[in-house]
Design a protein around this ligand. Structure first.
Ligand SMILES: [Zn+2]
Length: 229
């Protein structure tokens, strides 16, 4: 339970693109709290890329960054967004620890969480991640439901925002009145709303789930680590 509530809502958004500014405006408008997984080594020209549709996706620079994410949580996504399957252990450790240290300095806070770049994970990666002081790390293997997590170092979100049965899950979540606490974790990348021209989807999702007395709105850390029985 969270503050006596049996339901919680949280968001996990990756890569730290400029569109996060617009997304945060929407989250703030509806009283939502999110966790943003950032690559501290790509907050420069190296981090920008062009989509197959020819659209340039730009990452936020370090200027003013603590102000932009104020009120939300930031978490590790590895310094340079590498493929980490089969990466030598020392290199992976450096990617995680460098990102964690840089973010802790930029945001003047302690970092608990992470999202695996490209969702790549293995028992070995989980072990190294835990040894680096990370308490939870998100995969891309979505639950598509509200089952409990088996291991927070293989944290599974409820679904991506483009999941075709998103609204069925929303209705199931709103109607839930069971004894077990459950939470909804939505994930994605904010630039996808520009590419798919579907900003109205996240606005509608937040509107529909906002202002509910039986839902706790928290960051990933608040929902995953501060749950009380
Ligand atoms: Zn990513």
């Amino acid at each position: 339970m969270w503050n006596g509530k049996k339901k919680a809502l949280t968001f996990s958004y990756d890569d730290g693109n400029f569109q996060d500014i617009k997304l945060i405006d929407i989250f703030n408008k509806y009283g939502m709290k999110a966790t943003f997984n950032l690559n501290s080594g790509l907050m420069n020209d190296k981090g920008d890329w062009v989509t197959t549709q020819g659209r340039t996706v730009r990452r936020l620079r370090t200027d003013n960054i603590a102000e932009i994410y104020k009120g939300h949580e930031v978490a590790v996504h590895c310094a340079t967004h590498p493929h980490i399957i089969d990466m030598p252990e020392e290199e992976l450790r450096r990617e995680i620890l460098d990102d964690k240290a840089a973010l802790e300095k930029l945001f003047d806070c302690k970092i608990n969480g992470m999202a695996y770049p490209y969702g790549e994970v293995s028992p070995e990666i989980m072990r190294i991640t835990g040894e680096c002081g990370i308490k939870f790390s998100r995969t891309c293997w979505d639950l598509h439901g509200f089952q409990p997590q088996t291991d927070l170092l293989m944290f599974r979100a409820t679904c991506h925002h483009n999941y075709e049965k998103l609204w069925e899950l929303v209705d199931e979540f709103l109607a839930y009145d069971g004894d077990e606490p459950i939470y909804f974790c939505l994930w994605g990348h904010s630039y996808e709303f520009d590419i798919h021209e579907n900003w109205q989807l996240i606005e509608e999702f937040c509107r529909k789930l906002s202002d509910s007395n039986d839902i706790f709105y928290g960051t990933n850390s608040e929902v995953l680590l501060e749950q009380q029985l």
